[in-house]
Design a protein around this ligand. Structure first.
Ligand code: DX5
Ligand code: ZN
Length: 228
């Protein structure tokens, strides 16, 4: 086992995009009962990414059915437009893309004023330098390990240098990875310094999602590297 931080906790965040949207509340409850730490909600507007999913009304309808932490990943242009509505709907964390905003600093402040946690995400081809200036005021940073838009894509290992660059400078920050995470690469991501793991297909399509969550956690904890 490598050096483990007392402050950093491994968190597993099933992506509901791979679940059954017709039974969203039950899917969320099922994932929490299987040991999930977060419920990852992928919000897509058909503009920032070529896919359309859900918005604040669904978060609002879902909220009374689960106490689970709603980790909302907004793949939208103009993320400023939805922040108030997501706060009112009961989102716990608001994650926006740096590529989609003109004033990240103001948006982080707004998210915090509305009592949500703030996260910035960057796409695979966006340099890490774009997010570093904001990390000290963020609650989480999200390094995309696939091009945002769809579940079921292949993990891009070349994004790991961004994870380790952030971990080097921010030993206590929650670093989330999203896209193609499974049992074969979660050790690579945690070895690079990530501690929050989004997984859609690998959890929902497995024979036992409960065992997969436990196994993702075990491997991540074994490899978590906070000393890069
Ligand atoms: C992709 C989404 C992901 C996606 C992950 O744009 O942000 O959260 O649902 O799904 P898998 O784990 O199947 O790659
Ligand atoms: Zn996502």
């Amino acid at each position: 086992m490598r050096i483990m931080s007392k402050l950093l906790k491994v968190k597993i965040a099933p992506s509901l995009l791979a679940g059954d949207f017709a039974q969203l509340a039950q899917e969320c409850q099922r994932m929490i009962s299987y040991g999930a730490d977060y419920l990852h909600m992928d919000v897509m507007d058909g503009h920032f990414v070529p896919n359309l999913t859900l918005g604040a009304p669904i978060i609002k309808s879902l909220r009374p059915h689960t106490k689970g932490f709603l980790d909302c990943h907004l793949m939208v242009t103009n993320p400023e437009q939805w922040v108030d509505e997501f706060a009112k709907s009961g989102a716990d964390l608001y994650c926006f893309h740096i590529e989609a905003t003109q004033d990240a600093d103001a948006l982080i402040n707004r998210i915090h004023d509305l009592k949500m946690r703030a996260c910035i995400s960057i796409k695979p081809n966006t340099p890490v330098e774009q997010v570093l200036p904001y990390c000290s005021k963020l609650d989480q940073v999200l390094i995309m390990t696939v091009e945002p838009g769809f579940g079921g894509q292949k993990f891009m290992a070349q994004t790991m240098s961004k994870v380790s660059a952030i971990r080097k400078q921010f030993p206590e920050l929650d670093i989330e990875v999203d896209g193609g995470i499974d049992l074969t690469n979660v050790g690579i991501a945690s070895g690079a310094g990530a501690n929050v793991f989004v997984a859609g297909s690998s959890i929902f399509n497995s024979v036992s999602p409960k065992d997969t969550i436990a196994e993702l956690r075990r491997i991540a904890e074994e490899n978590l590297n906070t000393a890069l």
